[in-house]
Design a protein around this ligand. Structure first.
Ligand SMILES: [Zn+2]
Length: 256
C-alpha cells in the first residue's frame, strides 16, 4: 500500500515537472516594452532558455541589438547584417521579445494566380479584433525585402537613428516562413501596433525583419490570443528610461 502511494506521488511529481516544460496555450509572453527599445534600452537579462519555456514561436532582438530574432518550432535564430541566420544557444540574452506557444485557431491554404502583397493577404484573412493574433505563413515567396541592424556599442543611440545603418537584402522565389504578430492599437507604448513579421528560409539559412513581401502559394495559420504576460527588466537602463508618451512617428521610422 505504502509503495503504491509513493508511486502515485512520483507520477504526480513527474507530471508537474513535465507541465512546467510545456509553454501554456493562448498566452503572449513579452519581455520589456517597445518604448524601452526605442529609448535605447538594448540590454536585458531574459535568456533564450527562459523565453522557450513560455513559447515556441515569436520574434525580438538580442542584447546590444545584435540582429533580428526568429523563434520557430522551439529553435531561436539570429539574423545578422550579413542576412544569414545563426542558431543561438540557450544562454543568449534579449532586451525585447514576444513569444507564444503556437496553437492555430484558423488555417488557410492560399493558392493565388498573382503575387499578392502581404498586406493584401492579411487584410483578406486576419479577423479584426482587439486580441493579439500570432500569424505563421509557410510556403513560396515571390519576393521578400528584409533588414537587420548592426550590433551596437555603448553609449547606445536611439533606435530610429540606428536603422539608418541597417542592412537591407532581397530574396526572390524562396521557400520559407513568416513569423509574426498583429498587435491591436490599445497596446501602443508596450508593443508595436499593427503587423510585425520576421522571415526565415525553409533551410533556416537566411532571414530578417520584413520590410516588403509578395507571396506565392502559402499556408496561413492564425492563433488568436486572449492572454498577455508582460515581464519587465529588473536591472539596467530600463529602470531610468523615459517610457511614457506617443512614439508612433519614431516607431514608423524604426520598424516599417
Ligand atoms: Zn522586427
Amino acid at each position: 500500500m505504502a509503495a503504491g502511494i509513493r508511486r502515485i506521488t512520483l507520477v504526480a511529481l513527474l507530471m508537474v515537472a513535465l507541465a512546467g516544460c510545456t509553454p501554456p496555450n493562448g498566452v503572449a509572453y513579452q519581455y520589456s516594452t517597445i518604448n524601452a527599445l526605442l529609448e535605447g534600452v538594448y540590454d536585458g537579462e531574459m535568456t533564450c532558455a527562459r523565453l522557450l519555456q513560455h513559447g515556441t514561436f515569436g520574434l525580438g532582438t538580442f542584447n546590444a541589438l545584435d540582429g533580428e530574432m526568429v523563434v520557430i518550432d522551439s529553435a531561436v535564430y539570429k539574423i545578422r547584417t550579413d542576412g544569414k541566420a545563426y542558431r543561438v544557444g540557450a544562454g543568449e540574452t534579449t532586451p525585447f521579445a514576444m513569444v507564444t506557444s503556437f496553437e492555430p485557431n484558423m488555417i488557410f491554404n492560399i493558392e493565388h494566380d498573382g503575387s499578392p502583397t502581404l498586406e493584401q493577404l492579411l487584410e483578406f484573412k486576419v479577423p479584426e479584433s482587439n486580441l493579439i493574433q500570432a500569424i505563421r505563413i509557410d510556403g513560396q515567396f515571390k519576393y521578400v525585402k528584409l533588414r537587420s541592424v548592426p550590433k551596437q556599442k555603448r553609449p547606445y543611440r536611439r533606435l530610429a537613428k540606428i536603422v539608418e545603418d541597417q542592412s537591407v537584402f532581397e530574396l526572390k522565389d524562396v521557400r520559407g516562413t513568416l513569423v509574426g504578430f498583429l498587435i491591436p492599437p490599445h497596446f501602443a507604448n508596450v508593443n508595436m501596433p499593427g503587423y510585425h513579421f520576421h522571415f526565415i528560409t525553409e533551410d533556416r539559412s537566411r532571414g530578417g525583419h520584413v520590410l516588403k513581401c509578395r507571396t506565392g502559394h502559402v499556408q496561413m495559420q492564425i492563433d488568436e490570443i486572449p492572454e498577455f504576460h508582460l515581464v519587465l527588466p529588473e536591472t539596467g537602463d530600463f529602470l531610468k528610461a523615459k517610457l511614457a508618451g506617443d512614439r508612433s512617428a519614431e516607431l514608423e521610422k524604426a520598424e516599417k
